[in-house]
Ligand binder design. Structure first.
Ligand SMILES: Cc1cc2nc3c(=O)[nH]c(=O)nc-3n(C[C@H](O)[C@H](O)[C@H](O)COP(=O)(O)OP(=O)(O)OC[C@H]3O[C@@H](n4cnc5c(N)ncnc54)[C@H](O)[C@@H]3O)c2cc1C
Ligand code: FES
Ligand code: FES
Length: 493
């Protein structure tokens, strides 16, 4: 049985919507249909957070709230979720605690960014760690730009309110809302439209495989953090959308002693802790991946399938030796992740084939891993280059190595010449490392673009080879301008 509506929870009741264009964003729905204009449009590309709203979904038996950018989220993607916007926070005319704190601390001047900030704080109020550190407040606000107030009063307002146990109408109604959301989960395929224009949300992998085989020209949407920009910035005429967010079991994480299997629709927020457990550098890369909003929507499968040469996950996972699993119709196949990327924006993916899963081997006792993201800005910035290294050690000798870079070529790519030059080197003889550092220039001839010049990229790649070697040799993370997580985590152990 197919459903031809989406259903979501709003202000304590179920709402059904149908007949919308598949490209309709949640922001347009809110501002143009509901006429709720508290949610603002700033950049329209997921960077400023002015459009932040909260989505509630049942996890572990209770409703958990996450902030998302409504400008690059399709309306259809809120199926099965509770939608909370800034207008919903006041109860009986009283401001929500995070709103009162923003007023008390003078956290707003022009006010344009304020609704989005308030919504980010709302999710932190419900989900933040206790006690709340200034650092995690800064992380939570990385996706909310405010150009006039300055962050100190906003951070102070957050520390005051979000350090307490949540006590608002949403926490009081959590159980009731969870029941409501569970009643929406009917496991049926959603198909709204006709054979030439539709929004579809299959509920099973078999339905997805059959639908995509019938419509290989459809656009698959997972988190929409890339596709959203095709709509809002490139004005692409996308007529057929297959959203993967309802496909059962595509969001599974299977964590065993020697490997991590990651379903294609697992979000960056969900995979962050598992990757951080493999190595702290992976945790740091995920912390700096976009913003909380981008990580709440963006998926592992989407970041691999888009084939971006500057994506952060692909080089890190290639260095770890990840295996990609694809499915087309009833046929599945696997390949080493590096073989998926053929040329600039060209991947080894057949019509109607989709990314199903990634399997990532965990580090063994004789292996060491290092990964570094280099970007102009610390938070919410795309990499100029990202280098990842996995060394297999025989005592102090490098017995084997995998090196991969993003941002250095038209695809995420292994550094074959550098790998060859690294094998058999001694960690105790830095004077012998020069040839491996020089080999990077034979592996990559990077482009000049607005993010970095070719010369700059080549220099940092060469220096990252040295950094990875010297850190592996000493077992330490060298303090740079930005102190990594490794020291803090190891100190805490
Ligand atoms: C503000 C902002 C900041 C960002 N910061 C970073 C960053 O720091 N690092 C970084 O690497 N990226 C960053 N990105 C890029 C983006 O978030 C990632 O590429 C993201 O992981 C894409 O995942 P998604 O689920 O949103 O993909 P979508 O937008 O849904 O899809 C992306 C592409 O993959 C295809 N696709 C999706 N899932 C599948 C599947 N299972 N099988 C086959 N094809 C599929 C889609 O058809 C589309 O072509 C940022 C984006 C924004 C907007
Ligand atoms: S309007 Fe800037 S993130 Fe949505
Ligand atoms: S209050 Fe004006 S930009 Fe934030």
């Amino acid at each position: 049985m197919v459903r031809d509506t989406i259903r979501f929870w709003r202000n304590g009741q179920a709402v059904e919507v149908s007949g919308f264009h598949p490209r309709t964003t949640l922001l347009d729905y809110l501002r143009l249909q509901e006429r709720r204009v508290g949610t603002k449009e700033g950049c329209g590309e997921g960077d400023c957070g002015a459009c932040t709203v909260a989505l509630g979904r049942v996890r572990g038996g209770r409703v958990r709230y996450e902030p998302v950018n409504a400008c690059i989220l399709l309306l259809g993607q809120i199926d099965g979720a509770e939608l909370v916007t800034v207008e919903d926070l006041t109860a009986n005319g009283d401001l929500h605690p995070v709103q009162s704190a923003m007023v008390a601390h003078h956290g707003s001047q022009c006010g344009f960014c304020t609704p989005g900030i308030v919504m980010s704080l709302f999710t932190l109020y419900h989900e933040g760690e206790r006690p709340l550190s200034r650092e995690s407040v800064n992380d939570a606000l990385a996706g909310n730009l405010c150009r006039c107030t300055g962050y100190r009063p906003i951070v102070d307002a957050t520390l005051q309110t979000c350090s307490q146990q949540a006590d608002d109408v949403f926490s009081a109604n959590n159980e009731k809302t969870a029941h409501g959301l569970m009643s929406l989960a009917d496991g049926r395929d959603v198909f709204i439209g006709n054979e030439t224009r539709f929004f579809a949300a299959p509920a099973s992998e078999d339905s997805l495989a059959a639908l995509y085989a019938r419509h290989p020209d459809a656009t698959l949407v997972a988190g929409c953090t890339d596709v959203g920009l095709w709509i809002t910035k490139a004005m692409m005429e996308i007529e057929k959308v297959i959203w993967l967010g309802r496909v059962a079991r595509l969001d599974l994480i299977e964590d065993s002693s020697d490997k991590l299997a990651i379903g294609a629709t697992v979000t960056h927020a969900e995979i962050h802790p598992s990757l951080a457990r493999i190595d702290p550098d992976l945790g740091e890369i995920m912390r700096r991946f976009g913003s909380v909003q981008v990580r709440a929507s963006g998926t592992v499968g989407g970041s691999i399938a888009n084939g971006s040469p500057i994506g952060d996950l692909a080089p890190a996972l290639i260095a770890l030796g990840a295996i990609l699993e694809l499915r087309q119709g009833d046929t599945t196949r696997t390949l080493p992740l590096e073989d998926f990327f053929i040329a600039y924006r060209r991947q080894d993916r057949k019509p109607g084939e989709f990314v199903r899963r990634l399997t990532v081997p965990k580090l063994q006792a004789d292996e060491a891993f290092r990964a570094y993201k280099i970007s102009k800005r610390f938070d919410e910035d795309i990499s100029s280059a990202l280098g990842a290294f996995k060394f297999t050690l025989d005592g102090r000798r490098i017995a084997d190595v995998r090196v991969a870079f993003g941002g250095m070529a038209g695809t995420p790519k292994r550094a074959a010449e550098t790998e060859r030059a690294l094998i058999d080197l001694s960690l105790d003889e830095p004077s012998s490392w020069g040839e491996a550092m020089a080999a990077i220039a034979r592996d990559y001839q990077p482009l000049d673009d607005h993010r970095a010049s070719s010369a700059y990229r080549s220099t940092i790649a060469r220096n990252l080879v040295f950094k990875a070697l010297s850190e592996t040799a000493s077992g330490e993370t060298r303090a740079t301008r930005i102190v990594g997580q490794r020291d803090a985590l190891q100190a805490a152990e």
